[in-house]
Design a protein around this ligand. Structure first.
Ligand code: ZN
Length: 138
């Protein structure tokens, strides 16, 4: 079995932002040389997410509004912020949008359903973050 590990470096200009990382994951897969297997993509931070959905900007604004309704930003809203942080909302948003995705690799390609695209969702940005891409197979 072969394996390939790669770290994507992300630094969003905005505190809340959704980034299409599919091209970088496809690059990692090409570099791996793996034709059949599985590709794991996960955020390495507890205030950001990796998810799969449609590449449609209105939907992305809907996602950001939805998580803001469920876990609005607010320094005095969260017990976590008693530690001196202000990102209590970001931890909850991360859990809502998920940590990782796994995509099947078939014939050397990410075996997506129609319109599936991999996104990184940042909830406490403007600093350096990493995404792990791990591909295993033959
Ligand atoms: Zn925190």
């Amino acid at each position: 079995m072969k394996s390939h590990t790669q770290y994507l470096h992300i630094h969003t200009p905005q505190r809340y932002q959704i980034v299409n990382i599919t091209p970088q994951v496809e690059e990692a897969l090409a570099k791996s040389g793996i034709k059949e297997g599985l590709c794991l993509v996960n955020s390495m931070h507890i205030t950001s997410s990796v998810f799969i959905n449609d590449n449609e900007s209105g939907l992305h604004r809907d996602f950001l509004r939805w998580v803001e309704e469920l876990a609005p930003y607010g320094v005095d809203k969260y017990q976590h912020n008693l530690t001196g942080e202000d990102n209590g909302d970001a931890h909850l948003k991360r859990t809502l949008m998920g940590r990782e995705v796994v995509v099947a690799v078939t014939n050397g390609r990410l075996d997506f359903g129609p319109w599936e695209t991999i996104f990184y969702a940042e909830f406490d940005g403007q600093r350096n973050k990493r995404v792990l891409v791990k591909i295993i197979g033959e």
